[in-house]
Write a protein that binds this ligand. Structure first.
Ligand SMILES: [Zn+2]
Length: 325
């Protein structure tokens, strides 16, 4: 750096100013993307997009002062270098600040167990595969809950109340960075639940389910593809129950370790990844002007009309998807 420029440089550089009201609470997809990738890279990229040319204000200021001293030419010759100097001396931490303003977010760990619910069909009696007792047993076995305990009673209740069935999940809230490992390439091996957590059977395809706060002492193998931010889901539990974002704040948060799980212990893959991919594909097709047979989101079809036949309901003229009344 040319020593003649030195006096014009600021003593403190804070390129990315994050107001206390700025947070990522509404960036639900971005939070999920970061969690899934075990990395903050996509948030860093967003920050570069959001603060377009943050050196601008500093450069204007420096240029003005140098012009006053008749050093216009010196500025022009060194602008590039001044800009690099500003970046190199920047002390701001926008990603950390945004995440700290965002605070805890609700998440769930799926145990990959799917419980059937009631089905209904046109002109049929509703039916359900499997008995409540069998299903409660399956849930208890995964969670390590003995029968005839207060916890078992709560599990029975969830299985009966979740009439649409669903996936067994443990909900909790934590900061995003708490669920990322230090090295994105070397992920956690185990997840430990000790304390009170919201245990749910949740059907994310239709947005129904039930949960209870249950005390758990259980360790599971960690699979990142079974961990999700709750509010990134289309029909998430918070919306379904009209919950405020603090519904999990009194509960515990799981801890993670790098120690390998005991041999033979494993958990099934959550079906969420496939469902989210399917939903993204429906969205993409709709944006491109089309629609998909079987996409039950009526807002992703065009020209839907009411069919007053028997059975009556709405029909999409393009793909034929039918919503029975
Ligand atoms: Zn359609």
């Amino acid at each position: 750096m040319n020593p003649q420029i030195q006096p014009y440089l600021p003593t403190h550089v804070n390129l990315y100013f994050v107001d206390y009201r700025d947070d990522l609470c509404e960036q639900k997809e971005l939070l999920q993307e970061s969690l899934a990738a075990n990395s903050l890279d996509s948030i860093h990229e967003k920050v570069w997009d959001w603060w377009d040319y943050p050196e601008g204000t500093y450069l204007d200021e420096i240029r003005k002062k140098m012009e006053q001293d008749g050093a216009d030419e010196l500025y022009e010759e060194n602008e590039e270098e001044i800009r690099d100097w500003l970046s190199a001396n920047d002390t701001s931490t926008p990603v950390e600040d945004l995440l700290s303003n965002t605070g805890k977010i609700s998440m769930f760990y799926s145990l990959g167990l799917e419980i059937d619910g009631w089905h209904s069909g046109f002109m049929c009696n509703p039916w359900r595969n499997g008995s409540y007792a069998q299903d409660a047993y399956k849930v208890r076995r995964v969670l390590g809950i003995a029968k005839d305990t207060p916890e078992a009673t709560l599990i029975d209740r969830i299985v009966r109340q979740a009439s649409g069935g669903g996936e067994l999940r443990i909900y909790f809230s934590n900061e995003l960075t708490a669920v990322l490992s230090d090295d994105p390439e070397n992920d956690f091996k185990q997840i430990h639940f000790k304390g009170e957590f919201a245990v749910a059977l949740y059907n994310a395809g239709e947005g129904s389910g039930d949960f209870e706060y249950i005390t758990l002492y259980r360790t599971f193998p960690f699979k990142r593809s079974n961990l999700y931010t709750s509010e990134s889901e289309k029909y998430n539990l918070e919306n379904c129950f009209g919950m405020c974002s603090d519904w999990l704040h009194k509960q515990g948060a799981p801890t993670f370790t790098m120690e390998l799980p005991k041999r033979g212990r494993q958990i099934k893959e959550s079906k969420n990844a496939a469902r989210n991919a399917q939903d993204a594909e429906y969205k993409r097709i709709f944006k491109a002007g089309g629609c998909s047979a079987g996409d039950m989101d009526i807002n992703r079809h065009r020209g839907v009309y009411y069919e007053n036949n028997f059975p009556c309901g709405n029909r999409c003229p393009h793909c034929g998807t039918f919503w029975i009344d």
